[in-house]
Design a protein. Structure first.
Length: 460
């Protein structure tokens, strides 16, 4: 099978010559994901033309892979009958993702076009809280009873399995539709036709609650390495399943959002290239303004020590060195802790362990930078004689300040995510620039106080 981008020039030629019968034949052999990629690259007027050439079932499958902007454009230019067919044939989970983005008035119109059965399913899924597992699940699955024979199950699968999201697993329910087990399809295929499902059961299964947070689903999938997991309500009734492809999409969104926050940018609502310039500016400006006011405190700290700087101008030479070292160490610690939290390596109760580790790490890193700083000043003094007769006191001041600032930076950077999590906030909010700004101000205070204590009576 040829991939869409490789034959784009050929497709362009067919479109320009209006050889739609040829295109229709070619597209029938393409995978939905490749068709979605091609359609997304075409001008809007051609997107509709190409989409209409696809067979009904292929339209629904391709539609699921399109970005929301392209989906919206197609919905606005297709006939109501086509829209109804697409919505009715879409996977419930993908359809829910689309409906979440639609304005309320458009959503009502879309629901009105659907069949009664699919409309009930769609409204049921939309009724779950935003970012819950219920919004991710699909109701297309195979559920069987424990007294069914293998032959009956295979017959049931042949009859109803074509619409199932996956046939890797079968879910066993009781007469009240409560989930009592899950069985791998391999077990069914290898069993004798006369055996009953209950003989294959071990009552060991993993499930998600429909009201669980989607991040919980990510962690459960990682832990158990399943392709799909059943979703139940508080009474254990089987409601649907969640598949790994949807969970991976959620994880990508979560990681992207965290990366944006750690760079002091509000999470983007659209891909970077599609985000409107004014909205992109607003999302970046808010944090920049906050950080700017934070850096004004740095200027205030410098002004507070103006007399000391005037007496020993040489101290000002090392201000960038001091504050950058503290900010960098803090940013490192914050990034490591935030990521460890995100993937479940540490929890709130681990704060004391993390603090002890970061104090030791900060001591080692600070000692390393202090030694380098001391040697640098000593060598430059020997070669260029630039720091005056009190160079030794200056070098000791810089070294001690580096040790203190780096240790302080690692403590602040590692503990701030715990504080934010305890307050119910996203730890990623303690972005690297925010930690760096905080440590900049406190680093100056540490530096000049250390210098005052060491150089008092000589330079100061």
């Amino acid at each position: 099978m040829m991939i869409a981008p490789l034959i784009q020039p050929e497709i362009r030629e067919f479109i320009e010559k209006k050889e739609f019968s040829v295109l229709k034949e070619v597209f029938s052999e393409w995978a939905p994901a490749d068709l979605a990629e091609l359609i997304s690259e075409l001008p809007e007027d051609e997107q509709v033309i190409i989409f209409r050439l696809l067979p009904k079932q292929l339209q629904a499958e391709t539609f699921e892979y399109l970005d929301f902007e392209v989906q919206s454009h197609l919905l606005g230019n297709l006939a109501k009958k086509q829209i109804a067919d697409i919505l009715n044939d879409m996977s419930p989970d993908d359809r829910t993702a689309l409906f979440e983005e639609l304005p309320a008035d458009i959503l009502r119109q879309m629901l009105a076009l659907m069949s009664r059965e699919e409309r009930v399913t769609a409204m049921s899924l939309l009724g779950y809280p935003e970012n819950s597992v219920g919004r991710l699940m699909t109701t297309d699955y195979i559920a069987v009873k424990e007294n069914m024979t293998i032959a009956q199950v295979l017959h049931y699968i042949r009859k109803y399995g074509k619409d199932s999201e996956t046939l890797n697993m079968l879910y066993v329910i009781d007469d009240e539709s409560k989930l009592i087990d899950e069985i791998k399809m391999r077990q069914v295929l290898l069993a004798q036709p006369t055996r009953r499902i209950k003989t294959l059961m071990d009552h060991k299964f993993v499930s998600l609650n429909a009201f669980d947070d989607q991040e919980t689903a990510i962690q459960v999938f990682k832990k158990y390495d399943y392709y799909a997991l059943p979703v139940v309500d508080n009474e254990g009734m089987l409601l649907g399943i969640v598949t790994i492809d949807d969970v991976l999409d959620v994880e990508e969104e979560e990681v992207t959002e965290d990366i944006h926050k750690m760079a002091a940018v509000e999470a983007l609502e659209e891909p970077y290239i599609d985000e409107p310039i004014l909205r992109l500016t607003r999302k970046r400006a808010i944090w920049l303004i906050v950080l700017f006011f934070g850096e004004l405190l740095t200027a205030s700290a410098m002004a507070f020590f103006e007399k000391e700087i005037a007496k020993a101008v040489v101290l000002a030479l090392f201000v960038p060195l001091i504050i950058s070292s503290g900010g960098n160490s803090g940013s490192q610690a914050a990034t490591l802790v935030i990521r460890a939290m995100a993937i479940g390596e540490i929890t709130l109760k681990d704060w004391w362990i993390v603090l002890k580790r970061e104090i030791i790490t900060g001591l080692l890193l600070g000692s390393l930078l202090a030694a380098i700083g001391f040697m640098r000043i000593s060598i430059w003094q020997k070669i260029f004689n630039v720091y005056g007769e009190h160079w030794l006191g200056v070098s000791i001041s810089v070294a001690c300040a580096l040790l203190g600032v780096v240790m302080w930076g690692t403590v602040v950077g590692s503990m701030l995510p715990f504080i934010l999590r305890k307050l119910g906030l996203d730890p990623a909010t303690s972005s690297a620039p925010f930690v760096a700004t905080l440590v900049d101000v406190s680093g100056l205070i540490i530096y000049f106080n250390v210098a005052y204590l060491i150089l008092k009576g000589t330079l100061l």
